[in-house]
Design a protein around this ligand. Structure first.
Ligand code: NAP
Length: 304
């Protein structure tokens, strides 16, 4: 194995990503070294590079982005017994550690789950952080139960698409919002209703009230409150929201957290054919600046 690898790094906030030769990291105790098959792009990556989160999330510069990874274990550090070289894995990595936009990445072994076998390994990078966000929004924060009515606002995106599928699987009555570009794909996930958010205001399109809104679009909270039953909840991954959202509705501003156990469950659903992993585009790692700048439409996996 060569001692260096290609990695995308930015040297200052707001600066470009540069593909550089850097030393291959060594896995420390409790860590694994992964040969990256796929590194999925997330909307937050651009904000992190711009420095928008630097007070909350200071980085050691230069920094390699990439919180979602799929790949193969290359080697393991001391104390790692449940993973071995050759295992195909996925993980949601910490945002402030060197990320997956590289040929290799190191991460804590406890973050990794076995990769799905039903889809290409590189594509599996589109699952971890995105799928966990949907899972946690609906069930940890939203308390969604079978028979409840849920609005997934932003279902045309990567997180929203998983949320629609997971809510349908859980037996909820799902209303999804999607633009014409994503309408057919979202409809195929089986929601009861898809609202074209570019054509009809939500209040006009949705009859009655819902138990839960998962807001994963830039829609302001006040547009959503009137759609929810008193006692219901709005879980927002995007717009700010108060705990008392008004009209007897509880607001929850969520932040996704890592969970290998939840990843195992998502992977199981993928392998059973119950959860579709949507990859809109696959690009060479060298095109990361274009991808972060929005040069691709939809969930994009960078391949080193
Ligand atoms: N808080 C957290 O823990 C957390 C975790 C993950 C992601 N996020 C955030 O969640 C957001 C979505 O993430 P993502 O990965 O799913 O991004 P994404 O794949 O880029 O999806 C965003 C989608 O939202 C849809 N959209 C845009 N404007 C809309 C509107 N007014 N009404 C309804 N839908 C609209 C668009 O689809 P159509 O045009 O096709 O409808 C777009 O593709 C990002 O802001 C991200 O930073 C937060």
């Amino acid at each position: 194995m060569s001692k260096t690898m290609k990695a995308a790094r930015f040297h200052e906030y707001g600066g470009p990503l540069v593909i550089e030769d850097v030393p291959i990291p060594e896995p420390g105790p409790g860590q694994v070294l992964v040969k990256v098959a796929g590194s999925a792009n997330n909307p937050a990556d651009g904000a992190v590079r711009a420095g928008a989160l630097q007070a909350m999330l200071p980085l050691d510069l230069p920094h390699t982005p990439g919180v979602e990874v799929s790949g193969t274990i290359e080697s393991v550090g001391d104390g790692v017994t449940d993973l071995a070289a050759g295992d195909a894995v996925i993980a949601f990595l910490p945002m402030n550690a060197p990320g997956s936009a590289a040929e290799y990445v190191v991460g804590s072994a406890e973050l990794f789950a076995a990769a799905p076998t039903a889809i290409p390994l590189a594509d599996a990078a589109a699952l971890p952080a995105t799928g966990l966000t949907a899972q946690q929004a609906l069930f940890e924060h939203g308390g969604l139960q079978s028979g409840q009515r849920v609005l997934i606002n932003g279902a045309g995106g990567a997180v929203g698409g998983y949320a629609v599928q997971l809510a349908v699987l859980a037996g909820a009555e799902v209303i999804a919002t999607a633009s014409p570009a994503s309408f057919d794909r979202v409809s195929a996930y089986g929601p009861a209703q898809v609202v074209d958010h570019t054509a009809t205001p939500l209040r006009e399109a949705i009859e009655g009230e819902v138990d839960l809104v998962f807001n994963v679009a830039p829609t302001p909270t006040d547009v959503l409150v009137g759609l929810v039953k008193p006692g219901g909840r709005i879980v927002s991954a995007t717009s700010p929201i108060e705990q008392d959202a008004g009209a007897g509705v509880t607001g929850i501003r969520m932040g996704v957290h890592a969970s290998a156990e939840q990843l195992d469950e998502l992977v199981r659903k993928v392998d059973l054919g119950q959860l579709t992993v949507w990859v809109a585009d696959r690009r060479p790692l060298e095109e990361i600046n274009d991808v972060q700048a929005g040069g691709t439409k939809g969930k994009t996996v960078l391949v080193p």
